[in-house]
Design a protein around this ligand. Structure first.
Ligand code: FES
Length: 61
């Protein structure tokens, strides 16, 4: 599923990026081009970042 239609970025690409790097909107912008055009994808991208942070904090115990 596309999260960012403007830059053709999928949810999977974002999740893979978050798994390998420190998750930030800036990083995703620079590396994948998320949120550089209309900005419609920013809120869902932020949700994916938060989801990842929650998962990471759970795994830390
Ligand atoms: S959908 Fe991501 S910038 Fe437009």
């Amino acid at each position: 599923m596309y999260v960012c239609v403007c830059s053709s970025v999928t949810e999977r690409q974002i999740k893979e990026n978050l798994n390998t790097k420190h998750g930030s909107l800036d990083n995703l912008r620079k590396e994948l081009g998320v949120g550089q055009e209309c900005g419609c994808c920013i809120s869902i991208t932020m949700e994916l970042i938060e989801q990842k942070q929650v998962e990471s904090s759970k795994s830390l115990g």
